[in-house]
Structures are given as C-alpha cells and as structure tokens.
Design a protein around this ligand. Structure first.
Ligand SMILES: [Mg+2]
Length: 224
C-alpha cells in the first residue's frame, strides 16, 4: 500500500466542530466581515457580483449579508459564498477564535504511517482551503505538512465512483495501493467500486450500521 486517503468530518475530526462551530461562526461574522473588508478588492469584487445576481445595491452591505446568511441556512453550494466563508474562517483561525478539531489518535497514526513510507491525502467536501486551515491551526498544532495532497468536490461528489478513480489516477497508483478511511458507508462503497481498499470509522455516538467494509473505532491499532 502506498497512499492513505482520509475523510475529515466524523473520521479525523468531530462532526460537531464543523457544524456547531465553523458554519455558525461564518454566519455570525458575515455582516461585520463584509463591512470591515469593503475596501479589499477581492471582497469588493465578490460583493459586486453577488449584488448583481440578487439585484441589490452593492453598497447595502447588510442586505447582501442577510441574503448570504439565508444561503448558509439553506446550505446553498454557491462559489462566492464558499469563498467568503473560507476567508472568514481563515481570519477566525488566525485570530485564534477556534482551532481545528482532530481526534487524539489521528496525528500519532499519521506519524506511524509516514515513518513506514506511506503517503497521506485528504478528500473532504470542505474546500481545500478549509482543509488546510483546519490542519494548520489544529488542536495538535500545525500538522499540515504531514498531508501531501488535498482533494475537495472539484474532483467530484464523494459518493461518485469516478471521484475515487480520479484521485488514484492523480497520485499515480493502482487503486488497490490506496486505502480510504471514512465514517460514511456510501463514500466507502464508491471507493471500493473504484478498486480501492476501505475502512469505516465508527466514532463515539455514531449508530452502527450494516456494511461490507473493515471497521475501526479509532486509529490506535492501525500500524501499531
Ligand atoms: Mg465524514
């Protein structure tokens, strides 16, 4: 085996961190962020574009922010929204408003794997920027250098077999030389269909379900 591929939420970090901390933070911070960065060409360009799309006056920042907050509530996958969220999180991570949650068994396992010559990658529906921030500002310190590749939904949906084919092609190994860890059975099914090896994480509080994958509750015994 050459590559280990990791899901984030529910696998290396808690679901609650992203859902109960990151998303509500971006929602709360949106109006203030737009006002504070109105002079930044990057933010200004996004606000102008959004205002045109929703037919609002771009100088009415609070109205634009209110629409974005509604989109967050509706879980809209909008590129400009994702980009603003990424910028808000970056500011939050840098300010120390929160640190990326990682289960305590993760980094020791990554170090064991790397000392055996395995290479590590992440595939998450969170953007590559969000993944990198989570690892750079994690509860375990900056562990971003342990991960060589990051993939998000730009390679495709996590339940689509084609996404896993594209990832193994990108890291240039036969699928059987890559192992995918996830808490979500539909993702593991897709990876298995692509010929990858799979392992399901059953973290505390998650209901056991029937499936055809190897299963562990944490990484403590992996390569131990
Ligand atoms: Mg997950």
């Amino acid at each position: 085996m050459e590559w280990l591929l990791f899901d984030v939420e529910g696998t290396i970090g808690s679901l609650a961190f992203v859902r109960a901390e990151l998303f509500p933070y971006a929602r709360r911070a949106m109006p203030g962020f737009l006002r504070q960065h109105a002079g930044s060409p990057e933010v200004h360009a996004i606000v102008e574009r959004l205002a045109e799309e929703i037919r609002m006056d771009p100088s009415n920042v609070d109205a634009v922010a209110a629409t974005l907050q509604r989109w967050i509530d509706e879980d809209r996958k909008h590129t400009d929204l994702k980009e603003l969220q990424g910028m808000i999180w970056e500011e939050g991570f840098r300010k120390g408003a929160f640190r990326g949650h990682l289960y305590p068994d993760v980094v020791p396992f990554w170090n064991r794997a790397r000392s055996r010559g395995l290479r590590l990658a992440i595939y998450s529906s969170g953007s590559v920027l969000a993944q990198q921030l989570l690892l750079k500002f994690s509860v375990e310190g900056d562990v971003s250098s342990l991960i060589e590749r990051n993939y998000d939904t730009r390679v495709g949906s996590k339940s689509d077999v084609g996404s896993y084919r594209r990832i193994v092609e990108d890291v240039s190994v036969p699928p059987s030389e890559a192992l995918f860890y996830s808490d979500t059975v539909s993702e593991l099914d897709a990876a298995l269909s692509a010929g990858m090896r799979t392992c399901r994480l059953l973290r505390p509080g998650v209901q056991p379900t029937e499936h055809r994958h190897h299963e562990i509750t944490d990484f403590t015994s992996e390569l131990a």
